[in-house]
Design a protein around this ligand. Structure first.
Ligand SMILES: NC(=O)c1ccc[n+]([C@@H]2O[C@H](COP(=O)([O-])OP(=O)(O)OC[C@H]3O[C@@H](n4cnc5c(N)ncnc54)[C@H](OP(=O)(O)O)[C@@H]3O)[C@@H](O)[C@H]2O)c1
Length: 255
């Protein structure tokens, strides 16, 4: 067995992660599973990835294995595979916890990761990892900041950010569309929205201030920010996020 990275499930997420790993300088061997033929062929051609003949071959050739299989079938696919105690498995499948994964991958160790995908391809997306583990933290660091919750319960709630991440594109699209419908060119609307949110996200990430201090520093009393926030509050535009995130949490934890 080599120090190669194995990936089971060669679809959209695997493509993002391989792109991010190679762009970040990860030069070790990457072996992917044979399904997802177009993606696997592209990754082989562009990122020197090896395509295994079977899922079991991925397991046999790699000690660290990232599982990017469809969540609906992942358990059944893993059930057919044979792992040993040296294997370290990290699953990106949403909604499958250690209660399901650990028995299937035994005697291998199992951790879970959630990530946005697209932003990991440019080394800028967070990876939420649990439990902590030096090897996976080092590998995932090629893809963006690695965040480690303190408990499984905290991971389960924090992992809802996977849905928030995807939905944030739809939010940005809705905002850009508002500007476009009022006559702003798409080439201006899109970077305007993206740069506004990216800049403010950088402030939020780095600022020592609490929320109130940050908001007070940008919102003049009686000004337009206050007006927009008030209108959103009155129409339920802010609390609607609570209900949506609660629904995702319920589904992901089957609660
Ligand atoms: N997309 C993201 O950015 C993202 C982010 C966070 C987490 N995730 C999680 O990552 C997982 C994969 O998502 P995805 O968007 O990458 O899905 P996807 O594009 O559908 O990729 C899944 C891949 O798994 C392959 N597959 C299906 N059955 C298989 C089997 N029996 N053996 C080997 N491979 C098999 C599929 O191959 P075929 O095409 O041949 O069917 C496909 O290439 C999901 O569990 C999702 O919750 C995704």
């Amino acid at each position: 067995m080599t120090q190669a990275l194995g990936i089971l499930g060669t679809g959209a997420l695997a493509a993002h992660l391989v792109t991010g790993l190679r762009a970040g300088g990860f030069n070790a061997e990457i072996i992917v599973s044979p399904r997802g033929a177009n993606v696997a062929a592209t990754l082989a051609a562009e990122h020197s990835v090896q395509v295994a003949a079977s899922n079991q071959e991925v397991i046999d050739r790699a000690r660290m294995v990232l599982v990017c299989l469809p969540a609906a079938h992942g358990a059944n696919i893993l059930r057919d595979l044979v792992f040993n105690a040296e294997h370290s498995i990290c699953s990106a499948m949403a909604g499958l916890g250690p209660d399901v994964l650990s028995p299937l991958a035994a005697p291998a160790s199992v951790s879970q990761v959630m990530m946005p995908g697209a932003s990991n391809a440019i080394g800028a997306g967070p990876c939420l990892l649990f439990p902590a583990g030096q090897e996976w933290q080092a590998l995932l660091a090629y893809l963006g900041p690695v965040l480690v919750p303190s408990s499984q319960a905290e991971y389960d709630i924090a992992a809802v950010f996977g849905a928030l991440s995807g939905a944030s594109f739809v939010l940005m699209q809705a905002l850009a569309t508002w500007f476009e419908r009022r006559g702003i060119a798409p080439e201006l609307a899109r970077p305007l929205v993206a740069a506004t949110l990216a800049g403010n996200a950088a402030v939020l990430r780095d600022a020592p201030h609490d929320w109130d201090a940050i908001i007070a520093s940008v919102a003049t009393p009686g000004g337009v920010t206050e007006q927009l926030v008030g209108a959103l509050g009155q129409s339920g535009g802010l609390t609607a996020w609570d209900a949506g995130l609660d629904a995702v949490l319920k589904r992901m934890t089957k609660g």
